[in-house]
Design a protein around this ligand. Structure first.
Ligand SMILES: NC(=O)c1ccc[n+]([C@@H]2O[C@H](COP(=O)([O-])OP(=O)(O)OC[C@H]3O[C@@H](n4cnc5c(N)ncnc54)[C@H](O)[C@@H]3O)[C@@H](O)[C@H]2O)c1
Length: 283
């Protein structure tokens, strides 16, 4: 990993999982870090850990779905540190269910975090990063679900497809504007993170999942159990983060953490061209 002394790395979804590991890696490589997460408790714990090791840390609790809060975070970061070298737009959440049964609140929640959360980060940070007279990176976390749709999580798959599409166009526009900002789309498969705990921080006042009939059904419970049960069998967080950092440093656009799926992705594209219906993903 390069030396990031004097550089500033901003991370959303920094309190747990891949975001927290990214914060630890960049701090250990000399960077100052700015952290944003809805989980204030784990954010404070991480801030204390990094500060104890001598890193300059700015941490703000907030919701990436709220553009005002993300804009305020960006204002604080630029005024405290005067620069941003890498932005990881990493916060994300997942749900499960049948397309025709999942509550519309799931669509509101996942699209507002997984898609609009990225847009809020881009709007708040990228114009000021573009105005800097040095190269920097914006890294959107999407998912391999954009290429190998998983049957249990339609809203997640849709939100990550949309996020990947936005990331592609962002990259094209940065190129045509001759911006010094490089962009990247991270597409992990399963990683051993805290993603299945995301319901703890569902920010939807007035909506109680426990009182929504489908979310108490056996079908929902079976689908959610697959989501929850698969994460412990995923790639270790430190290995996934190594691959993400390698991809950013090599200036790759799409960064796939699990190359063993590449043949299935290629086959999937060919199947679409051949008019074949989607098949279940073989793990
Ligand atoms: N773990 C996997 O298997 C996997 C696979 C593909 C993609 N991803 C993506 O990787 C990214 C990181 O997730 P992770 O797996 O490390 O999970 P994680 O739950 O450990 O980390 C996600 C972080 O985002 C935060 N967060 C959630 N909603 C937020 C909001 N509204 N505002 C601010 N912060 C919020 C959470 O508190 C948490 O700290 C996500 O975008 C996820 O969709 C994960």
């Amino acid at each position: 990993m390069k030396d990031y002394t004097g550089r500033l790395v901003a991370i959303t979804g920094a309190a747990n999982g891949m975001g927290a590991e990214l914060a630890r890696r960049f701090a250990a490589s000399g960077a100052d870090v700015a952290l944003f997460d809805i989980d204030g408790k784990n954010l404070d714990t991480l801030r204390a850990e990094l500060e104890a090791a001598g890193t300059a840390v700015w941490a703000r609790q907030g919701d990436v779905a709220d553009s005002t809060q993300v804009e305020a975070f960006a204002d604080e970061v630029f005024s405290q540190f005067g620069r941003v070298d890498v932005l990881f737009n990493n916060a994300g959440v997942i749900s499960a269910g049948l397309v025709w049964e999942e509550p519309l609140e799931d669509w509101d929640w996942l699209m507002s975090v997984n898609l609009k959360g990225l847009v809020n980060g881009v709007r708040a940070f990228v114009p000021r990063m573009s105005a800097q007279d040095f190269e920097s990176d914006v890294v959107n976390t999407d998912s391999i679900a954009s290429f190998l749709p998983v049957e249990n999580s339609p809203v997640y798959v849709a939100s990550k497809y949309a996020a990947f599409g936005m990331s592609q166009v962002l990259d094209l526009q940065l190129q045509t504007q001759k911006s010094p900002v490089r962009s990247h789309a991270v597409c992990p498969a399963i990683v051993q993170t805290d993603l299945a705990r995301c319901n703890e921080h569902r920010n939807q006042p007035g909506f109680d999942p426990a009182n929504y009939p489908y979310l108490t059904s056996d079908d929902y419970k079976r689908r959610w159990a697959v989501v929850e049960g698969s994460l412990p069998y995923g790639m270790a967080v430190d290995e996934a983060v190594t691959r993400i950092i390698d991809g950013v440093e090599a200036n790759r656009f799409a960064i796939f953490t699990h190359p063993q799926y590449n043949p299935q992705i290629a086959l999937g594209v060919q199947s679409l061209l051949d008019g074949i219906h989607p098949g279940l993903v073989q793990r």
